[in-house]
Ligand binder design. Structure first.
Ligand code: MG
Length: 382
């Protein structure tokens, strides 16, 4: 079998889909994207696909190593997302060739179904209590929310109080059993992260996420010793070599590699398995589209330490187009009692509605995250 051609589709709300075709009529889909830089990743996929055209799609491990190692320069969000989407499409092809879901080729199921969580409250969290109640009514066992808006290195306790009130409302609405993920989004610098984390402790969060920016991961030590809340991070880390340092340091409890950002199925399976040896859990990042989610679930299914999956249905970014819109069979992501079944059809286990993809690609998107500034005009982390 040979890779014959490929196509890229920049589709709303902010995604990029890749379709790889083979000379045997088997096609594979991937989602190579970094939010806000879809066109840049697209250019990187074009460069990488030059090598892959005419090659046997089955040699995934070798292709991965060529894409990663043989370009001399490596790593980072753009290149690793480009590799990720291509890798997903190659696994989709392999699964379809063997008439098996990807999880079978990775060793088989470690679980029957996967717990999922839903986003509430948007970028500037508000009305989260009512939103949490709605999610609980829909059967979700866990939600995630942003902790705060922008926060200065040293900021007011009013903002801390406001954050605590919102989280109290979520705990109140969701009850003691609801898992609450609280995303600091790298918006919080170390001095305020310590304070905020300490104040959150009584509400028993499921985890705090990116309490500091990944480039400041050494600060996790102080936070980990300061509070008894699981610390999650990793959506802005892109390879096993980056995760190696995090795991060796020992202050993260949950890693969140993104299967569309961190080298795809091939790399994320290795990253998560590496974490298992450190007794660290995994909650793969996925505020993206249906191909990315399917790829996550194929990996989750085979990883003992994967405990919950992010998914984007109804997320604040999905304006106008949502997770299920590009699927022929939307029941594949039907959530029941807080869980989703592992897609069991061949390959990634989903069927893409290509007619809809083509229609929406003609519309396209130019999604960018907002630029935030503090009151004094300095740039704030978003
Ligand atoms: Mg996050």
């Amino acid at each position: 079998m040979k890779i014959k051609s490929y196509e890229l589709f920049q589709v709303p709300p902010r995604w990029l889909f890749l379709k790889i075709e083979t000379d045997e009529g088997i096609t594979g889909w991937g989602e190579p994207v970094i939010e806000g830089k879809a066109a840049t990743v697209k250019a990187a996929v074009d460069e990488l696909m030059e090598y892959l055209l005419g090659k046997d799609p089955m040699h995934i491990e070798d292709h991965w190593n060529v894409m990663y190692r043989a370009g001399f320069y490596r790593g980072g969000p753009i290149l690793m997302s480009a590799i990720a989407g291509i890798d997903q499409a190659l696994w989709d092809i392999k699964g379809k060739y063997y008439n098996a879901p990807v999880y079978q080729l990775l060793g088989g199921l470690a679980r029957d179904k996967m717990k999922v969580y839903s986003w509430i409250g948007g970028d500037r969290p508000a009305e989260v209590g009512a939103a949490a109640r709605k999610m609980a009514e829909q059967g979700f066992l866990a939600v995630k929310m942003n902790a705060t808006e922008e926060l200065q290195y040293i900021d007011s306790y009013e903002k801390i109080d406001a954050a605590i009130q919102r989280i109290a409302a979520v705990r109140d609405a969701g009850g003691p059993g609801m898992g609450i993920g609280i995303d600091f989004h790298g918006r919080v610098h170390k001095p305020m992260a310590k304070i905020l984390a300490k104040e959150l402790e009584p509400f028993r969060p499921m985890f705090i996420e990116e309490p500091v920016l990944p480039e400041n991961n050494e600060d996790l030590r102080e936070i980990a010793q300061h509070v008894a809340i699981p610390i999650a991070t990793g959506e802005r880390m892109f390879s096993k070599w980056q995760f190696k340092t995090l795991l060796k340091d020992g202050y993260a409890d949950i890693i969140q590699p993104d299967v569309s950002h961190a080298g795809g199925i091939t790399e994320c399976k290795k990253i998560i398995s590496m974490a298992e040896a450190f007794d660290v859990a995994a909650a793969p990042h996925c505020p993206l589209g249906p191909i990315a989610l399917a790829a996550c679930l194929q990996v989750d299914a085979t990883c003992h330490n994967a405990f919950i999956q992010e998914q984007s249905l109804g997320i604040h970014y999905n304006q106008g187009s949502d997770l299920l819109d590009y699927l022929t069979d939307k029941t594949v992501f039907q959530y029941r009692d807080g869980y989703v079944d592992i897609p069991s059809q061949p390959g990634l286990g989903i069927e893409i509605n290509e007619t809809h993809v083509r229609k929406m690609a003609a519309e396209g998107h130019n999604w960018r995250n907002p630029v935030w500034r503090h009151t004094d005009g300095s740039v704030a982390e978003w």
